[in-house]
Design a protein around this ligand. Structure first.
Ligand code: PLP
Length: 399
């Protein structure tokens, strides 16, 4: 007998950054020092008051199932938190707690996309969008970015050219992984016009909304007439260093949230019960832990940006949010005689122990794309190692 896997699995993508992790781990296992800039995980522990609240909930017996929507006090606290930061008007009915932010992507697509529908998504971007669109039988339309003066800009003209009568959904990841891009007022206006003209529903991925070092984050869902068309992906993972807790939420119109809660019943019944008490403490308790996390990340950003820009042939913007950098290395790759991204990445790893992702871990290169980029995440590496690793990289690449 031969096992016959279903045809749709051929369309299922993955996060190839995990393969970079495995390579880095194998390199470290051979006794080498590794400088991990590849994964968006965090080497910062969750603030103690949050851990204590979840622990207490366990001791208190919150160890059984709970509502498929999540526990009411958490949904209330999250609606209040988002209302304050977004100037919005959500209630408990607009919130369905999820086992992480990531599941919101697949569930939004399952809820809103018929096979054959077209979905606009960012590329370079989080690879799960394309994976879920194609897995569920949709057509993934990749829109790109261009280099602006201070950061990357969405290629609005290119995005417009992709739209057809079959285009139903738009995915926006403002404060973006991997570029750190942030929409300007003009980009927001243009995207809003596009949404209204083409009657689109929008997934607003706000995974990095609260990972901001200067200025204030804004939500596309808060623009006029957008709340009724936008589902927000919220996550506890980054702001409170809770990546392994697997806790997030879908926040938006009740019509969509109700379908997502029904998908919860089918997928996981409910999100982890006692963790949700930790999340209430995260939102409503002492905020000094979250503030410290931001301070740590900001220092890492500054050191990493400076270190990268000190290397000949590297140009790196300094984003105000996220914990990612997406330097342009076109000149560097040319100077060092590399055309192949993976060969370039492996060469640097072998020579210096510095591990990073490349543009291709965030989607196929778009037609006409000639510039070269790599991605550095500074969420999982301390400042002394950042300095040390980047000094080694500079010595190697400048040689
Ligand atoms: C853009 C983006 N969206 C969503 C997620 C999912 O986050 P989580 O499932 O850990 O909440 C991530 C994680 O890295 C991300 O980068």
């Amino acid at each position: 007998m031969s096992i016959q896997i279903a045809d749709r699995v051929a369309r299922l993508g993955t996060e190839t950054a995990f393969a970079v992790s495995a390579e880095a781990a194998a390199f470290a296992a051979r006794g080498n020092k590794i400088y991990p800039f590849h994964l968006g995980d965090m080497n910062i522990i969750t603030p103690a008051n949050i851990i204590e609240a979840a622990h207490k909930a366990m001791i208190d017996g919150k160890t059984g199932y709970c509502s498929n929507f999540g526990i009411a006090p958490l949904r209330e606290a999250l609606a209040a938190d988002i209302n304050a930061s977004h100037t919005a008007d959500y209630t408990i009915d607009n919130v369905a707690i999820q086992p992480g932010g990531k599941p919101v992507i697949g569930k939004f697509i399952l809820a809103m996309m018929n096979p054959g529908d077209e979905v606009l998504y960012p590329n370079p971007g989080y690879p799960i969008y394309e994976s879920m669109i194609e897995f569920h039988g949709g057509k993934a339309l990749a829109y790109g970015y261009t280099e602006g003066e201070e950061n990357y800009r969405i290629d609005i003209a290119g995005l417009r050219r992709l739209i057809s009568p079959k285009t139903k959904l738009l995915i926006i990841n403002d404060l973006q992984n991997p570029t750190g891009a942030e929409c300007s007022d003009q980009e927001y206006d243009a995207l809003r016009q596009i949404v209204l003209e083409n009657d689109l529903t929008v997934l607003v991925d706000e995974a990095y909304f609260d990972i901001r070092y200067e200025g204030a984050s804004r939500s596309f869902a808060s623009l006029p007439d957008m709340a009724e068309r936008c589902l927000i992906l919220y996550t506890f993972a980054k702001k409170f260093a809770m990546t392994g807790w697997r806790l997030g939420a879908a926040v938006g119109p009740t019509e969509i949230v109700d379908v997502i809660a029904k998908l919860n019943v089918n997928d996981e019944s409910c999100s982890n019960h006692f963790n949700q008490y930790g999340a209430i403490e995260a939102l409503t308790g002492d905020q000094s832990g979250a503030e410290t996390i931001l301070e740590i990340l900001k220092e890492r950003r500054d050191v990493t940006v400076d270190g990268l820009n000190a290397i000949d042939g590297v140009h790196c913007f300094c984003p105000h949010a996220t914990f990612y950098l997406f330097p342009n290395v076109t000149d560097l790759m040319k100077r060092r005689g590399f055309d192949d991204y993976d060969a370039f990445r492996r060469d640097a790893l072998e020579a210096t122990g510095v591990s990073f992702c490349t543009r291709l871990h965030f989607g196929r290169a778009l037609p006409g794309e000639t510039n070269r980029y790599i991605r550095f995440a500074y969420s999982g590496i301390d400042v002394p190692d950042i300095r040390d690793g980047l000094a080694k990289l500079k010595a190697y690449w400048d040689s």
